[in-house]
Design a protein around this ligand. Structure first.
Ligand code: NAD
Ligand code: UGA
Length: 460
């Protein structure tokens, strides 16, 4: 497609901006505008200090901003001028009324649909980028049907599969791009336009199309499958701790079967992030809605194991440290939900921190990118929580370290120096299995990893 299009993205978040930045890079002939109701966020996108940390994003934004990528709060103007509108607003779990705690809260998404309707003066393609329950596109179409004569909206589903921390690479080299549409002549024509947009950089064989409901459901199911693998290996880790098997050895042996595959079998303190939990809850809710109780219970089990894993981690800490944490100082290494992001949404670190505070521990938190968000997550608990940029300062005087995020920098620290500065006996709880446990044990630490026999100096 070489004709110039005005592309609008509503929602300047973790998905909207990286996606539009990559489109802008590969489609210099198109003009792309990202709008948001959050004026502060837009101001940050227009400044030198971008609001989110994502490897590689700064460089792209600097290269295309002001050329063919623009950030604005003028949503009506953006809608009026757009040929294609991506909707990338947040769709959190509903906290009130019917479906509270399970269903998707569609209020932001619906407001967007109504804004599009109010300000449109010409026909447009609307692209669902947000993760939505199955059949939401139909609801979107119903809202938009109220448009005046001569204005037509074709709604496509184009779920995003990027992961934070690798977003730019995922967008540059996606495993697949999925585009769902109505299978009417107009729907198929709209679908072709979006295929052509992606074909500017994505090989055509990786751009797959489907009916709109398959597309919406595939997104929920993809996340459920990924999370299910983590819960499977985490369930195995509990058994390993009882039997003396090593979960990393089991994961290697199982994952080398090409039918299983080695990715997403890394045991952990639990998965976090803004989407796995909410999307599985959404899937469970839909199954229940259709009376599929067994299917709903199956997927709900993925979340139950995840909570169990985080709680097990805390209880292991308590048991290993002689059943009391009161007034002990614990350094939390990492607060982000995964490495290479400052995002802490649904991070297991939040739950671990709260539980340790209930046990009256004192916490010192260190993280290279997430301290700002950690402060917000633990607001009101300031008396018992300190924040340190420097991991050595965080560990000084501590009784224990708990590794909660798999940041590479935690692997490369001088643990002999850290051991010297800690209270004795000194404990390390590796919630990500990233450290060299034998080496730490030789330095004098008591070491408890996940799904491995403890290296505990008190046992014999
Ligand atoms: P986010 O919270 O970072 O960004 C959403 C943005 O939308 C916010 O800046 C918010 O102010 C804005 N917004 C809300 N209502 C608006 C309105 N009416 N008009 C204009 N702007 C509005 O969320 P996110 O992480 O980017 O996720 C967005 C969607 O993408 C969700 O549905 C999520 O499930 C999905 N998704 C997220 C990821 C991820 O890694 N974060 C990956 C794939 C899919
Ligand atoms: C996930 C999916 O990987 C994306 O494909 C999807 O687009 C996205 O959700 C979404 O819909 O939001 P994300 O949550 O950003 O991406 O990051 P992941 O790499 O999937 O990690 C999620 C959590 O699982 C993290 O807490 C991570 O530490 C944990 N994890 C991951 C494990 O505990 N073990 C693993 O083997 C892999």
């Amino acid at each position: 497609m070489t004709s110039t299009k005005n592309i609008l993205c509503i929602g300047a978040g973790y998905v909207g901006t990286p996606t539009m930045a990559v489109i802008a890079r590969h489609c210099p002939h198109h003009r792309i505008t990202v709008v948001d109701i959050n004026a502060e966020r837009i101001a940050q996108w227009n400044s030198e200090a971008l609001p989110i940390y994502e490897p590689g994003l700064d460089e792209i934004v600097r290269a295309v901003r002001g050329r063919n990528l623009f950030f604005s709060t003028d949503i009506p103007a953006g809608i009026r001028e757009a040929d294609i509108i991506f909707v990338s607003v947040n769709t959190p779990t509903k906290q009130f009324g019917a479906g509270a705690g399970m269903a998707a809260d569609l209020q932001y998404w619906e407001k967007t649909a109504r804004e599009i309707l109010r300000h449109s003066q010409s026909s447009k393609i609307i692209v669902e980028k947000s993760t939505l329950p199955v059949r939401t596109a139909q609801a979107m179409e119903r809202i938009l049907q109220a448009a005046g004569d001569g204005i037509r909206f074709d709604v496509l589903s184009n779920p995003e599969f990027l992961a934070e921390g690798t977003a730019i690479d995922d967008l540059e080299n996606p495993d697949r791009v999925l585009i769902g549409s109505q299978e009417t002549p107009e729907g198929l024509a709209a679908r072709r336009q979006l295929v052509e947009l992606y074909a500017n950089w994505v090989p055509r064989e990786r751009i797959i199309t489907s009916n709109i409901w398959s597309s919406e459901l595939s997104k929920l199911v993809a996340n459920a499958f990924l999370a299910q693998r983590i819960s499977s290996i985490n369930a195995v880790s509990a058994l390993c701790e009882k039997t003396g098997a090593d979960v990393d050895e089991v994961a290697l042996a199982v994952g080398m079967d090409h039918r299983v595959g080695r990715h997403f079998l890394k045991t952990s303190v639990g998965f976090g992030g803004s989407c796995f939990k909410k999307d599985i809850l959404n899937l469970v809710y839909i199954c229940r809605h259709y009376g599929l109780t067994e299917a709903a219970d199956y997927w709900h089990g993925v979340l139950r194991i995840n909570d169990y894993q985080t709680e097990r981690f805390v209880l292991n800490m308590l048991a290993t440290m002689h059943n009391t944490l009161a007034d002990k100082q614990i350094a939390l290494f990492g607060f982000a939900f995964k490495a290479d992001t400052g995002d802490t949404r649904e991070s297991p670190a939040i739950q671990v921190a709260r539980r340790l505070l209930e046990e009256r521990a004192r916490l010192v938190i260190t993280d290279p990118k997430a301290l700002g968000n950690a402060r917000k997550d633990l607001a009101g608990l300031d008396g018992r929580v300190r924040y340190e940029e420097d991991p050595y300062a965080a560990a000084a005087g501590a009784d224990a370290i708990a590794v909660l995020t798999e940041w590479g920098l935690f692997r490369d620290l001088d643990y002999a120096k850290i051991f010297q500065a800690m209270n004795k006996p000194a404990f390390i709880f590796d919630g990500r299995n990233i450290l060299d446990h034998q080496a730490l044990f030789r330095l004098g630490f008591n070491v408890q990893a996940i799904g491995k026999p403890p290296l505990n100096r008190f046992m014999d």
